[in-house]
Design a protein around this ligand. Structure first.
Ligand SMILES: [Fe+2]
Length: 339
């Protein structure tokens, strides 16, 4: 069935041929235009792309094959039927190899031309439908992948909250660290995507504590070196847990959230600006919340004491740029809820 929208551009240097084809194809219900050179063809396509071009192999200005490649590159949805002399079948085959959709032989049998046009436009409609279907399918797959990812992340988040809820010292810690980290990130002007990564890293940064011995974690006295080393494995363990469901940036933030800016942290391999910015932000947010919360081995510091401690460790444990941003946030509005 012919759609009124389908437009055919007839390219030939002979006016009589253009006229003949225009008359025939207009009678078939197509909207026809014509061009007599390569320049005119490209001009007409630019002002209004055609669904189909009947392209003579010999036209002034450019070879038909050259023009064929150009049109296919710029207008991938425009179909092309090459018009070649009956003696030039090898050229016709070459054109098909280079992307032509069909060819018709000169001298023209007008009914054959009309049949070729109908067939080629049918093929075009089918191709468009397949493309549309594929696009729809890709969108559906993307959406389902997002749903699955959300479910996984939700499950891990629930695990973190469950872990923290068991312990009166850490209840709500990840949520508060997230709020502080996001406030610092906003202060630093991070993009919405970076803030979202920071949010996930904040919520999940301590998930690796699932691998930490509760007795050691809740030990009231000073930790031995090996006990401290044991607790600190939670950063890399956590990174490994979340790796299948979050992007690499979030994984790295979690992996490095206990790194010291000056490189003096435990088994640290990077320092300074090489530590991911998100990890440097988490380090400040994490330390601030830990200091202002009760711990088994000490009671919570006051806000002022904690801020002084953070200032004291600026440039050594903490990145000064992050600390400056932190001090500019309305931290007093994010007073940690004591357990
Ligand atoms: Fe941690």
């Amino acid at each position: 069935m012919v759609s009124q929208q389908e437009r055919i551009l007839i390219v030939d240097d002979e006016a009589a041929i253009r006229k003949l084809l225009c008359q025939k194809l207009s009678r078939e219900g197509y909207q026809c235009e014509d061009a007599d050179s390569a320049v005119q063809t490209l001009d007409k396509l630019r002002s209004s792309p055609a669904e189909l071009v009947i392209l003579d192999i010999k036209i002034p200005g450019k070879s038909g094959i050259e023009l064929l490649s150009e049109i296919k590159a710029d207008y991938p949805h425009t179909m092309i039927i090459m018009a070649t002399a009956i003696t030039e079948t090898s050229i016709a085959i070459q054109c098909m190899k280079q992307g032509a959709d069909d060819y018709v032989c000169k001298p023209f049998n007008l009914d054959e031309v009309a049949a070729s046009v109908a067939r080629t436009l049918d093929k075009r409609r089918l191709q468009l439908k397949i493309e549309e279907y594929q696009q729809h399918l890709e969108e559906q797959v993307d959406q389902q992948t997002m749903e699955i990812r959300k479910l996984f992340l939700g499950a891990i988040e629930a695990l973190v909250f469950a872990l923290e809820a068991k312990d009166r010292y850490t209840a709500g810690h990840s949520q508060r660290v997230t709020e502080i980290a996001v406030a610092i990130g906003s202060q630093l002007g991070l993009s919405a995507d970076d803030i979202e990564d920071l949010r996930w890293a904040g919520l999940l940064h301590d998930v690796g504590k699932i691998a930490v011995d509760q007795f050691i974690q809740n030990k009231p006295g000073k930790l031995t070196t090996s006990e401290y080393e044991h607790i600190m494995i939670h950063a890399s363990v956590g990174a490994g847990i979340v790796k299948p469901v979050v992007n690499e940036k979030v994984v790295e933030m979690i992996n490095h959230h206990h790194d010291h800016y000056d490189g003096t942290g435990l088994h640290q391999v990077v320092a300074g600006e090489d530590i991911p910015l998100g990890a440097r932000i988490l380090a400040v947010a994490d330390a601030f919340d830990a200091m202002t919360s009760d711990r088994p081995y000490r009671s919570a510091m006051s806000m002022e004491e904690a801020l002084n401690e953070i200032r004291r460790c600026t440039g050594t444990q903490f990145d000064s740029v992050v600390v400056t941003a932190f001090l500019e946030t309305s931290v007093t509005k994010i007073i940690p809820v004591k357990a």
